[in-house]
Design a protein around this ligand. Structure first.
Ligand SMILES: *Cc1c(COP(=O)(O)O)cnc(C)c1O
Length: 401
């Protein structure tokens, strides 16, 4: 593919897109049509149509969604991509694609809460065994592997505590054990990390976050080898139906064009805010992969070309401080989600995360608390001016009693 030789900024703009052949439109049209006028040789079932058959019905494939999928595959260095209605749609879809009764899943013990909850209940109910380990230590991964392990699932940096996993290290263990590796790379984005180049079989993104980047469209994606993605599309998107709307695909594609420059801006602002917080008297700990104080800063330097805009910090009496921030912040929104142009902060008390989402052993809880204490503020640093963000935090923190 000619695009592979071009730099990522150019590919983010052009990959997957070309001027509309019927109108000459330079920007992509949104094709909202649910059905397409077909020839009499088209089959009514996906079983009878191959992957490059003409568009027939938008649950199977859609020109706007296909443009987004090609753009994302190009940026991740993947053969193919399947887009979903949300990040959780992508995660659930990939698990159903890879696993069946009798199989074993090894998973990071701290991942996006929704993915953790999915594998606490629904996935085990299907007869799939799940083992969750702290993957910042490769020995834990090696010890968890069984002959029936089919899939290893990691998130790096992980939501919400910013712990990293050595992707190439886990990939080598998977290869030796005959298991596949999936990486949720939402926090890193393809600008920071390209897991397929490190040996991963699948990459997952919540497109709702950095890739869309503007907080106005939910979406998800799975990327991987061509044949595998064709089967994922057939069995999961077409038959389970969790497809992305063309309008959301169009919004997200528009966001991707500026992803390289946004990630640079997120990283610059996050580094300033992280340093400011580290020097603030009310703050007891900051976790940002770009700071030397992060316990895995060396791994971050090795595996991330951009340190992204996500950081966490701790204070004494987090719950009381959360109330103050929610009330007093004027620029930063007190809200969930992340990766938007707008800065967002949210407080996550450790004890309630253990109850609702992460069912951890005592040693795993202790490892979690090393990063999160009694609770953390997850701060998604946007692309506003860093001094303005620091001033906003300073004025809000000045109200702590
Ligand atoms: C938000 C998030 C998800 C879920 O994505 P949705 O688009 O909200 O469904 C999955 N993984 C990570 C790391 C996330 O931050």
């Amino acid at each position: 593919m000619r695009n592979r030789q071009l730099h990522i900024q150019t590919r983010a703009v052009h990959a997957g897109e070309k001027p509309d052949p019927s109108t000459g439109a330079s920007s992509p049209n949104i094709v909202m049509s649910s059905t397409f006028v077909a020839g009499t040789d088209a089959s009514f079932s996906i079983e009878g149509n191959d992957a490059d058959a003409p568009f027939l019905y938008s649950r199977w494939s859609n020109p706007t969604v296909a443009q987004l999928e090609q753009k994302l595959a190009d940026l991740e260095g993947a053969e193919a991509c399947v887009a979903f209605a949300s990040g959780m749609g992508a995660i659930a879809g990939l698990m159903l694609h890879c696993l069946k009764a009798g199989d074993h899943l090894v998973m990071s013990d701290v991942v996006y809460a929704g993915a953790s909850e999915l594998t606490n209940d629904l996935i085990p109910r299907l007869g799939i065994a799940v083992t969750k380990v702290d993957m910042s230590d490769l020995a834990n991964v090696a010890a968890a592997m069984r002959p029936e392990t089919r899939l290893v699932y990691i998130e790096s940096p992980c939501n919400p505590i910013m712990r990293l996993t050595d992707i190439a290290g886990v990939a080598a263990l998977c290869k030796a054990a005959g298991a596949e590796l999936a990486v949720d790379s939402t926090f890193a984005s393809p600008i920071a990390t390209q897991p397929i180049s490190m040996g991963a079989d699948y990459v997952i993104h919540s497109l709702t976050k950095y890739i869309g980047g503007h907080g106005d469209a939910l979406g998800g994606a799975v990327l991987g080898a061509g044949a595998s993605m064709a089967r994922l599309r057939q069995e999961i998107t077409i038959h389970a139906g969790g497809i992305i709307s063309p309008f959301n695909a169009w919004l997200i594609m528009r966001g991707v064009a500026t992803l390289p420059i946004r990630m640079k801006a997120h990283e610059n602002a996050a580094l300033s805010v992280a340093r400011f917080l580290e020097g603030h008297e009310a703050v007891t700990q900051v976790m940002y992969p770009g700071l030397p104080s992060h316990p895995q800063h060396d791994l971050a330097k090795k595996q991330m070309k951009n340190f992204s805009g996500m950081l966490s910090f701790q204070t004494h009496d987090g719950l009381a401080v959360a109330k103050v921030l929610a009330e007093k912040l004027q620029i930063i929104h007190y809200a969930v989600s992340l990766g938007h142009h707008r800065s967002l902060v949210f407080y996550l008390p450790s004890e309630s995360m253990f109850e609702t989402s992460f069912h951890l052993s005592k040693p795993q809880e202790a490892a979690y608390r090393k990063f999160a204490g009694e609770g953390i503020f997850r701060l998604s640093v946007g692309i506003e001016n860093a001094d303005d963000l620091c001033d906003d935090l300073a004025q809000a923190l000045s109200h702590i009693g």
